[in-house]
Design a protein around this ligand. Structure first.
Ligand code: FMN
Ligand code: SF4
Length: 518
């Protein structure tokens, strides 16, 4: 029987040498005349083990990692083809504690299937959601999504079903589905992992969205920094068209739907939905005032659903297993699962999909294993560059939209960036203001001017120039930005700044430089 080896084509694995490993493995297979094939899968999300090579055995897949190209010959000599032990042997992939503890609904296939094989996708429950959707009326599909409790995973947590209902009920001959794959948040990579590891689940989710609201065209807007995701996505779109999933008759139905990938230059603000639409229409990414909502007047002035990759990729499992199944996971108003992206100074960085409700402490200490540096954790920034810094005292906060909001924080796209005790929170506050100044689209004054003034105020605190007075000015400035900005870039920059000030006040009062006695 042909032996199946798996070497990821995920960007994270490639950055760590996966391409060289795949080439070296192919060379050895040829040299040894082995009856073997290499599947270029997505990542399982355990990045400290990448490049992780797996082999299919009668007992399941056995993993080895992290593998270097120079390890390949010795791995084969030791019997990797049969799953034999070796210093890099990890055992059954499914038994790795990091994976075994997860609830993989959205990422159920990521790292398991060949990302561009529709056959493999079908063999692993792919297209069941779309098939079920085709048996329902558009209103029934929308009702399923609403009942599941799915909320937008891009940041704002808006109920996906309500957004779809608005577009469904807005008349018009042309409507659009826009997938927000800009993924600008620091420490986030879930969208990229899906696009590289299971692109069909996104295609399926978008097709269901199209059928539900009456849209025949979809766009995936991503950034030029994601070349591998773009390549895999385009390859999968071709396969989906040839396989009848996309095109004039979706799976043989009377519905037409097709998707195009569009690439932006990578401005953070282009992830904001209205700036994204401007960019998609060929203009500079500047935020539009709302109303009109994109659901009423979006892309090219037509009713448009804009959803994050993970929101759309979570729809197939809802339509496959039913809204009650999905809704059963989670806590409070945060239903289903959330792909946590654990990054920064952390021992076990990677993607961990779990039902809402784990505490921040469980995520950082138990799952992430604490810092990579071995020093104590000082702060965790949750939700990207606009998210608050959480100190250890708040580690009992459960991962839930409302619980985070109650602590003046946000979940955002579920990225967590861990910092050890060597971090200077005053510098982090400065970074937040500087980031806002650099990325501001310039449309409104509180953000455009406020962020630059913010950098200056923080610099005066650093220089110990009337620090107490500057802290008052900074607090006042943050209030102006929070309540006066047009979008969340200016409106949420106060979160990292004020959380740094509130939880780490000592970093804002630098020790006065000793003046040498005469
Ligand atoms: C400055 C800024 C950047 C954003 N970047 C992203 C992004 O990269 N990806 C994303 O899905 N949403 C991003 N959002 C949120 C979007 O505006 C929008 O809420 C989201 O695409 C809606 O999809 P969802 O309901 O599925 O979350 C950003 C918002 C702001 C204010
Ligand atoms: S808050 Fe900043 S990014 Fe948002 S509209 Fe105003 S200037 Fe543009």
């Amino acid at each position: 029987m042909t032996i199946a080896f798996y070497v990821p084509r995920d960007s994270g694995a490639l950055a760590l040498g996966a391409e060289k490993v795949a080439k070296s493995l192919q060379t050895e297979i040829d040299k040894r005349n082995l009856d073997a094939r290499i599947v270029r899968n997505g990542s399982r999300g355990m990045y400290w083990l990448e490049p992780m090579v797996e082999v299919e055995t009668p007992n399941g897949r056995i993993a080895y990692g992290p593998v270097k190209a120079s390890d390949v010959a010795s791995l084969l000599d030791s019997g990797m083809a049969e799953g034999a032990v070796h210093p890099l042997w990890l055992g059954l992939t499914d038994h790795q504690p990091y994976l075994a503890k997860q609830t993989r609904l959205t990422f159920a296939r990521c790292g398991i299937t060949d990302p561009v094989s529709l056959e493999d996708y079908r063999a692993h429950d792919g297209l069941k959601g779309l098939e079920n959707a085709l048996k329902l009326t558009p209103a029934e599909i929308v009702a399923q999504v609403t009942e599941s409790g799915l909320r937008g995973r891009g940041g704002a947590g808006f109920p996906t079903g309500i957004k779809w209902k608005t577009v469904l009920e807005t008349g018009g001959p042309q409507k659009y589905i826009v997938c927000n794959a800009d993924e600008g948040d620091s420490g986030t990579f879930a969208d990229r992992m899906i696009m590289e590891g299971d692109p069909f689940v996104l295609i399926e989710g978008m097709a269901i969205a199209g059928i539900a609201v009456g849209a025949t065209k979809g766009y995936i807007y991503t950034r030029s920094e994601y070349p591998h995701a773009i390549a895999v996505m385009n390859e999968a779109l071709d396969v989906a068209r040839k396989g009848g999933v996309l095109g004039p008759s979706v799976l043989g139905s009377s519905y037409a739907f097709d998707i195009e990938v569009r690439v932006g230059a990578g401005a953070y603000v282009c992830g904001e939905e209205t700036a994204l639409l401007e960019s998609l229409e060929g203009r500079r990414g500047i935020v539009r005032a709302k109303p009109p909502l994109p659901a009423h007047k979006g892309l090219f002035g037509k009713p448009t659903v804009i959803n994050n990759v993970i929101s759309l990729a979570s729809v197939p499992v809802i339509l496959d297993k039913g809204a009650p199944f999905y809704k059963d996971f989670g806590m409070g108003r945060s239903r289903g699962t959330i792909p946590l992206q654990i990054a920064g100074n952390v021992k076990y960085g990677g993607l961990f999909e779990a039902a809402f409700g784990l505490t921040l402490g469980e995520i950082v200490d138990d799952i992430g294993g604490g810092t990579a540096s071995g020093r104590p954790v000082k702060a965790v920034q949750v939700g990207g560059p606009l998210g608050a810094y959480f100190p250890r005292e708040l580690f009992d906060t459960p991962f839930d939209y409302e619980a985070f909001a109650a602590k003046d924080g946000l979940i955002g796209h579920a990225g967590l960036v861990v910092f050890d005790d060597s971090v200077d929170m005053l510098k982090q506050a400065r970074f937040a203001m500087e980031f806002c100044a650099v990325e501001s689209c310039g449309k409104c004054t509180p953000c455009r001017i406020g962020s630059t003034r913010g950098v200056e105020v923080v610099d005066r605190i650093s220089a110990n120039i009337e620090p107490e007075k500057q802290i008052e000015v900074l607090t006042d400035l943050c209030n102006t930005m929070k309540f006066g900005s047009l979008c969340a870039l200016g409106g949420f920059t106060p979160y990292p700044v004020m959380s740094a000030l509130t939880h780490f006040p000592e970093d804002f009062r630098p020790t006065p430089i000793a003046v040498a006695a005469e």
